[in-house]
Design a protein around this ligand. Structure first.
Ligand code: MG
Length: 249
């Protein structure tokens, strides 16, 4: 079932998203060579509590922390650890917060120090595909229209699309209907309506689309070891278009 939010509910989620984006900015600034992902997670948890929220991911399907810290070939859902980030890595940070009864969710991929031009191309292309998907959102387009827009951008940039994982609705629950795949056909799927709040989260690889689960039981990584990137925003559907609730600007 897809929940339609009232203006009041969207305002609560907007407050939440604004705080989440602020936290994310601080985490991104910390992501430098020499730091461990545990240290970044610690700050994420402290800031969430400072804002009177609770981490959405901690305890979700047994996940042990607030922040997912997926490095290089790791796509999503990697628990923070004592892994030390090094120059040339790319790091996906994925964070959610429950505040006043509603969840928020966003992700960014950041370069650690200087990275290869291929890695930068990957990061930019996935970020752009999210932007394009968001631009497509307005009442009466279909979920397939959004998915297809993301797909065409990623494929046009020569990237592999992670097809097993997808975006979602969000609200009182972290994951709500509809599912929003990162590939699809125009005019297919349910129609977008004002009051929906959606998370778009394109994930792509520089190699094949095959993925595997790592031994930690949480991490999805590329099968061929190629780099992957991931971006996510939480977006409310408005009368004429959309409003990004987790904007970093
Ligand atoms: Mg999500």
């Amino acid at each position: 079932m897809i929940s339609i939010k009232t203006e009041e509910e969207i305002e609560i989620m907007a407050q939440n998203g604004k705080m989440l984006a602020k936290i994310m900015k601080e985490l991104a600034a910390m992501a430098q060579p020499g730091i461990t992902t545990n240290e970044i997670n610690k700050v994420a948890e402290d800031l969430i509590f400072k804002y009177k929220g609770t981490p959405s991911f901690k305890g979700y399907n047994g996940f042990p922390a607030a922040l997912c810290c997926s490095v290089n070939d790791q796509i999503v859902h990697t628990p923070p650890s004592d892994r030390v980030l090094k120059e040339g890595d790319i790091l996906s940070l994925d964070l959610g917060m429950k505040y006043n009864g509603y969840h928020s969710d966003m992700a960014i991929t950041v370069p650690i120090g200087e990275v290869s031009s291929e890695a930068l191309h990957l990061i930019r292309a996935v970020r752009k595909s999210l932007k394009r998907g968001i631009k497509k959102i307005r009442p009466d387009v279909t979920v397939g229209d959004i998915s297809n827009t993301i797909q065409r951008h990623l494929e046009g940039q020569g990237l592999g699309i992670v097809k097993e994982l997808c975006g979602h609705g969000i609200g009182k629950n972290l994951h709500e209907d509809p599912q929003i795949l990162n590939y699809g056909k125009r005019k297919k799927g349910i129609k977008i309506k004002k009051g929906m709040v959606l998370c778009l989260e394109p994930m792509a690889t520089m190699g094949s689309e095959e993925i595997k689960k790592e031994a930690d039981g949480f991490t999805y990584a590329t099968q061929d070891g190629s780099l992957s990137a991931h971006f996510e925003h939480m977006i409310a559907v408005t009368e004429k278009g959309s409003r990004v609730l987790t904007s970093l600007e």
